[in-house]
Design a protein around this ligand. Structure first.
Ligand SMILES: [Zn+2]
Length: 130
């Protein structure tokens, strides 16, 4: 074996990790959960204000459920299981609020754009709403 291969593979471990299907599931859960920070950061930088996009909540929900499965079916660790057992509640609640907020938008009679709820005037053309 060459030097690089022997550094990567050592005592039947790749990168010092004993791999199995649940290890892969756990790392995927971590990657999905961690990726939400980049999504939120990107949205915030793009808008130049703190924004929590809907994708953040979907990634939070998906990542935490994968990690909960990892904890329940592989790790069997009560601390880990408890850390992810109830996090889905605020994630789903935030998704419901996002959906309701989107549905509450109205269409401007002046220019046809979607107007945020509780707006008195169209931010695009200035037509009075409601
Ligand atoms: Zn308008």
């Amino acid at each position: 074996m060459d030097l690089i291969t022997s550094l990567l593979w050592h005592h039947d471990k790749f990168l010092g990790i004993t791999w199995n299907t649940w290890k892969v599931v756990g790392f995927i859960g971590n990657a999905v959960f961690f990726s939400r920070f980049f999504v939120q950061w990107y949205a915030t930088e793009k808008r130049k204000q703190v924004v929590v996009p809907q994708a953040f909540w979907w990634l939070s929900l998906t990542g935490s459920l994968i990690l909960l499965a990892y904890g329940l079916f592989y790790l069997h660790d009560s601390v880990f299981i408890l850390a992810y057992a109830f996090t889905w509640i605020p994630y789903i609640r935030s998704l419901v609020i996002h959906r309701r907020h989107k549905a509450a938008h109205t269409i401007c009679t002046g220019c046809g754009i979607k107007i945020p709820p509780q707006s008195n005037y169209c931010p695009n053309c200035g037509v009075k709403v409601g």
